[in-house]
Design a protein around this ligand. Structure first.
Ligand SMILES: *[C@@H]1O[C@H](CO)[C@@H](O)[C@H](O)[C@H]1NC(C)=O
Ligand SMILES: *[C@@H]1O[C@H](CO)[C@@H](O)[C@H](O)[C@H]1NC(C)=O
Ligand SMILES: *[C@@H]1O[C@H](CO)[C@@H](O)[C@H](O)[C@H]1NC(C)=O
Ligand SMILES: CC(=O)N[C@H]1CO[C@H](CO)[C@@H](O)[C@@H]1O
Length: 256
């Protein structure tokens, strides 16, 4: 993995920062950076977090200068899906926190330990994990239950006036937990297959939330920012850019 050239480069002493310089940089960076929690729900679109969405969020947060900490609940996944076949794997069981750790490169914390006081904002990528593990929306629709720690953190960030970003299917979590919130999942009609999950907008309205037909929406009053991401059949770079709009609005609302 590491070439001998790289190892040689790293061993040149005058290219390394002294510990004091490094500590100074770290302190100044952490003063102004927005501290953002990202909540994952597994690893893979059909039973966990949508990987491209999580990655796009992390790239945009990095570019925006945010300090990121990742979380996932320590619970068993509802399903393990063979993504090649699109079907559940019989008798296989996986843990949401363990699977999410793949996306976090190992650096992840149990969602039960997430405290609003340590963060300026929170973001939920989509993927079926949000509807299967963070809530029961995939099975129960508008009668869904939301994971108790997901419900707790959504309410805590909302009460503290700290921004909440959600994309793809995740806006249903806010619609269920935060009454009267405005969100978008893109469109309310399938429009020739461009919006295959358009029916979700109806469920959002039935939950008492307001659905807005938009490529990205900022509910200024509730500080809830949403974008459709993979709810739309479109090009990957457009999904990446849409998530960038969501992330930059979340960062703007932190005031950092
Ligand atoms: C893990 O993430 C935290 C920020 O949440 C960071 O301070 C720490 O350095 C990271 N640890 C590793 C081993 O990357
Ligand atoms: C997850 O929960 C299991 C069972 O309760 C426990 O053994 C394990 O240590 C937990 N993992 C983490 C990372 O908290
Ligand atoms: C799954 O487990 C059940 C109960 O142990 C067993 O009856 C069944 O044959 C298993 N299915 C497969 C595909 O292994
Ligand atoms: C295995 C399973 O279904 N796990 C959970 C996924 O998340 C939902 C919502 O919190 C739980 O109800 C499930 O038990």
């Amino acid at each position: 993995m590491f070439s001998s050239k790289l190892l040689a480069f790293k061993s040149v002493p005058y290219l390394l920062k002294s510990p004091s310089v490094h500590a100074g940089l770290h302190t100044s960076a952490s003063c102004s950076a927005a501290k953002v929690a990202v909540v994952l729900s597994g690893c893979g679109v059909y039973d966990g977090t949508e990987i491209h969405e999580a990655s796009a969020i992390l790239v945009h947060l990095s570019r925006g200068g945010a300090e990121v900490k990742m979380y996932a609940p320590n619970i068993t996944q509802m399903h393990v899906i063979d993504h090649g076949k699109g079907a559940p794997v019989e008798n296989e069981s996986r843990n949401v926190l363990t699977e999410s750790a793949r996306i976090a490169r190992g650096n992840i914390t149990d969602l039960a330990k997430l405290s609003v006081s340590n963060h300026d904002a929170i973001i939920f990528p989509g993927g079926f994990g949000a509807a299967k593990n963070l809530s029961t929306f995939a099975v129960d629709g508008t009668d869904c239950k939301v994971n108790k720690d997901v419900e707790r953190v959504l309410k805590d960030f909302h009460k503290a006036g700290k921004p909440i970003g959600l994309c793809c299917i995740s806006p249903v979590l806010a619609a269920k937990v935060l009454s009267g919130v405005e969100v978008t999942v893109g469109n309310e009609e399938e429009d020739g297959g461009r919006w295959p999950y358009a029916a979700t907008a109806g469920a959002i309205k039935a939950l008492g939330a307001k659905h807005v037909i938009k490529e990205a929406h900022v509910d200024e009053k509730n500080k809830v920012v949403t974008s459709p991401a993979f709810m739309c059949e479109t090009k990957l770079h457009l999904i990446f850019d849409g998530i960038g709009t969501m992330v930059s609005n979340v960062l703007k609302l932190t005031g950092k």
